[in-house]
Design a protein around this ligand. Structure first.
Ligand code: APR
Length: 224
């Protein structure tokens, strides 16, 4: 089981959240990624995600995404990602759980089960089949994270738990590490000197994703 965050996509050209003075692509996070932001200025929020979607369509998976897909040749791999990009899928990973939603989907703003594919801009006035404004299929700050219900059992059953490129500060996702078993082998790959979670059997690979994931995957694929 692999938990990924913004850092795994950094080398594909997608900025992380917490490395630019608290601003996300020049916006305050609460303006573009919260129910209040949506209430205050829908056009701003729609435009922000339209830009993110265009940017994503120009990016490609990197060595770390591909290496994780190669792990499937030997292991039953589930990727639990906080990322809203589709780079794991494009690299070939077949089981990907998106905790925080997906940029290439949109949904009704009155019925969260009405979800549609979306490769284009969402505009004010674009409506779902029930006549409500369509919104990005993104879990904003302050909203529930329904995919946690699927993620927790996967973590509990994992023999190997790999964390890549997340600051582990946003809950509930950051708490997933606490559902691992004592004997689960755990690796954390990140280039920063972050505080490590206090769990047993954790090894820290202090490298960028393309280097650290490639190294670990090679090790896991070759060991008996
Ligand atoms: N390779 C691996 N990790 C990297 C790289 C890289 N090339 N570059 C940066 N990082 C690391 C940083 O050191 C940091 O620990 O990636 C992490 C990024 O942390 P955040 O920006 O906080 O991103 P993330 O943990 O994914 O944020 C969680 O917060 O804003 C919300 O919903 C959003 O899903 C997001 C959540």
């Amino acid at each position: 089981m692999v938990l990924t965050g913004a850092g795994i996509s950094a080398e594909s050209g997608i900025k992380t959240f917490r490395d630019s003075g608290g601003l996300w692509e020049n916006h305050r996070v609460e303006d573009v990624a919260s129910p209040e932001g949506w209430h205050n200025d829908r056009a701003l929020v729609l435009n922000f995600y339209n830009e993110r979607r265009k940017q994503l369509l120009e990016c490609k998976p990197n060595r770390a995404h591909y290496a994780l897909a190669e792990l499937q040749t030997k292991f039953d791999v589930t990727i639990i990602t906080q990322n809203v990009d589709d780079l794991h899928e494009r690299a070939g990973s077949s089981k990907v759980l998106h905790l925080h939603g997906e940029l290439l989907k949109m949904r009704s703003s009155v019925d969260e089960h009405l979800v549609y594919d979306c490769q284009h801009d969402i505009l004010e006035g674009d409506k779902c089949e029930r006549g409500s404004q369509l919104r990005p299929h993104i879990v904003w700050f302050g909203e529930a994270v329904p995919m946690m219900d699927e993620a927790i059992p996967v973590v509990r059953q994992a023999d190997i738990f790999i964390v890549v490129g997340t600051s582990l500060v946003v809950y509930p996702a950051a708490g997933l590490v606490n559902y691992t078993n004592y004997e689960t082998q755990k690796w954390l790959i990140d280039p920063s000197d972050m505080p490590l979670p206090r769990v047993p059997n954790l090894k820290f690979i202090n490298e960028k994703a393309t280097v650290g994931v490639d190294y670990l995957v090679n090790q896991l694929l070759t060991e008996e």
